[in-house]
Structures are given as structure tokens and as C-alpha cells.
Design a protein around this ligand. Structure first.
Ligand SMILES: Nc1ncnc2c1ncn2[C@@H]1O[C@H](COP(=O)(O)OP(=O)(O)OP(=O)(O)O)[C@@H](O)[C@H]1O
Length: 233
């Protein structure tokens, strides 16, 4: 496996606040890598630096051989659209949304095939596909045919049912072999979907590894803290 994303000693401050402090990780081709942490821990800042949306104060970032700060446009082409759940027009039909978003990209995915791959293609044809929040938030970041999909807190705003639906959709994306960087504040979500997880708190990585390895680490380190019942034994 080779690294698709490499982050080394990333540091970012907002004024006096150190939001990201010496963060290093790599995302290997074909894996689902999760950044797990509570609100305000620095997850979005990391992802925004990876996407080239924010300048960094220190460290190195390499996305498929490109420094996002040097060539943001090219990194944007290789990553997905910057979407969070709930930012799409609520009543927009899934096919309309995919058709519209595909027009933003130079080499978009075939959205009919994307619907089929996600198990969303209706018998009446793709024009009849209507999407709820789960379908829209999962499918739209994929329409640009990314080499790496970045899912930034896709399920935070969703109700439990839509969250479950989104997990199933992400599992179908994972099965396609696409490299995924996902950001979540839900331990259960990270454990279910990720091959490896970096646990971040107050801008620093506290632990990283496979869900099972992370569970061992947390059990050794903490008697309180995350709900360890959600971790695999
Ligand atoms: N533009 C900004 N200006 C000043 N402080 C900021 C800015 N953006 C984020 N912060 C602060 O930096 C810290 C990390 O924020 P960040 O949004 O990266 O965390 P997060 O883990 O993604 O949180 P959430 O899950 O709530 O989005 C927080 O203390 C936040 O208040």
C-alpha cells in the first residue's frame, strides 16, 4: 500500500489558540481512515488544511504528491466537493442534485452508475430517484469522481435512522475500494466504518491505530472517557 495523504507535524493556530498541534498521520490507498474527536478538537481544521482551504502554520501535507497549499485547484479535483450533511436543498431530488453537481466537475462520475453502485437506482430509472439527507450527503461528495473521498461529519446533524442509512451507504462506497478520509465525533461510527482511527483531543492526536488496537490503548489509559462498550474486544 502507498500513502495517498501524508500529514506531518501539522500545526495551525487561530490567534493565541493552538487548534492543531503537531498532528501526523497517513492515509493509505484503499483504506478508510477516521479522525475521531469531540467538538472543537481540531478535526475540521485538519481537513481544511488537507483540502488547501486553510493555510497552515507549520508541518507538511502531501495529497497524491501535491502540497494543497501550493496547488489547491489540483487537490480539489482529486478530492470530493466540500459538503456537509444538510447543506443541500432539502427537497431537491437526488438525480437533480447529482446532475447539477456533476456539471461543476471536469471529469464527473456517471451519476446513473453512481446511484446503482450505492443501491439507490429506482426501478423507474434514475430520474425518479429522490434522496433524503443520507443519500444526498453520501452521493454528492462522490459525483466529482474523486481519488479520495473526504466525509466531514456526514452524520452529525442526522437523526438515528438517517445515520444508519448513511453508514450503509458509506459501507457500499468502502466496498468499491475508494480511499476515504472521514471525520466524526461518534465512536460507534468510527469503529464500524474505519480501518484505522486517529483519536484527537485539543488539537493533538492522543492515540491511533485499528479500532481493536485503539480499544486496547484506551482500556490501558483510561478508566473513564469514551464509552468503551462501543469498542471491539
Ligand atoms: N476561524 C476560526 N477562528 C478562530 N477559532 C477557530 C476558527 N475555526 C475553528 N476555531 C477554533 O479552533 C478549535 C478547533 O476547531 P475545529 O472546528 O477545527 O474543531 P472540530 O473538531 O472540527 O469541531 P466541530 O466538530 O465542532 O466542527 C476550536 O476551539 C474552534 O473554536
Amino acid at each position: 500500500m502507498s500513502a495517498v495523504i501524508e500529514v506531518q507535524h501539522l500545526r495551525k493556530s487561530y490567534g493565541d489558540l493552538v487548534a492543531v498541534d503537531d498532528v501526523s498521520f497517513s492515509v493509505e490507498e484503499g483504506e478508510v481512515f477516521g479522525i475521531l474527536g469531540p467538538s472543537g478538537s481540531g478535526k475540521s481544521t485538519i481537513v481544511e488544511c488537507v483540502k488547501g482551504l486553510r493555510s497552515r502554520d507549520g508541518g507538511d501535507i502531501n495529497v497524491l504528491g501535491i502540497d494543497p497549499h501550493q496547488d489547491r485547484a489540483e487537490v480539489t479535483r482529486k478530492l470530493d466537493a466540500q459538503l456537509r450533511a444538510g447543506c443541500s436543498p432539502e427537497q431537491m431530488r437526488l438525480a437533480e442534485a447529482l446532475s447539477l453537481y456533476s456539471s461543476f466537475y471536469r471529469d464527473p462520475a456517471d451519476w446513473g452508475r453512481l446511484l446503482a453502485a450505492l443501491g439507490l437506482a429506482p426501478e423507474d430509472g434514475p430520474d425518479e430517484a429522490a434522496g433524503g439527507a443520507a443519500e444526498l450527503s453520501t452521493a454528492l461528495p462522490l459525483i466529482g469522481n474523486p481519488q479520495v473521498a473526504v466525509f466531514d461529519e456526514l452524520t452529525t446533524e442526522l437523526d438515528p435512522r438517517s445515520r444508519q442509512d448513511t453508514w450503509e451507504l458509506i459501507e457500499s462506497v468502502r466496498a468499491s475500494g475508494l480511499t476515504i478520509l472521514m471525520v466524526t465525533r461518534f465512536l460507534e461510527e468510527a469503529v464500524r466504518l474505519c480501518d484505522r482511527i486517529a483519536l484527537i483531543d485539543q488539537g493533538r492526536i492522543k492515540a491511533s491505530g485499528t479500532p481493536a488496537g485503539l480499544a486496547d490503548h484506551l482500556r490501558a489509559e483510561h478508566s473513564a472517557g469514551p464509552d468503551l462498550r462501543l469498542l471491539p474486544r
